[in-house]
Design a protein around this ligand. Structure first.
Ligand SMILES: [Zn+2]
Length: 125
């Protein structure tokens, strides 16, 4: 890769509009999908929030399985708590990647854009 081969950046002028916040940025701050640094960070934060939710659900399922299927004795409950926490953590990590991937894939336009003069509720879509 590299060398003198034209890259995707060459197709664009130096300043490009980010598709998510509709702010004009230097191409150095945009990636192939024309998301700027800020929007990628926001998307990651949002994905990570939903990821934790997914992780908690997954951990809950694991906890229910352990509780009802394995029926641990109270002596080893600490070990199972560790297992469930691990499941939550791994579940959160996995769902975060899936959600972030889905956001990248759908690539909805202007989701971070602030409508000029408008406040919160946009007209229904
Ligand atoms: Zn942006």
């Amino acid at each position: 890769m590299g060398g003198s081969r034209p890259t995707w950046r060459d197709r664009y002028p130096d300043e490009v509009t980010c598709v998510r916040c509709l702010e004009v940025k230097d191409t150095a701050h945009l990636d192939r999908l024309l998301w700027c640094d800020t929007c990628r960070r926001r998307a990651r934060e949002r994905a990570s929030w939903w990821g934790w939710l997914g992780g908690v659900l997954f951990g809950g399922a694991v906890a229910a399985y352990i509780w009802f299927a394995i029926r641990p004795s109270t002596l080893v409950i600490g070990g199972w708590v560790g297992t469930v926490l691990m499941a939550v953590w791994l579940g959160a990590k996995a769902s975060r990647e899936i959600i972030y991937g889905a956001m990248r894939f759908r690539n909805r336009r202007a989701v971070e854009a602030v409508p000029p003069g408008g406040d919160e509720d946009a007209p229904g879509r």
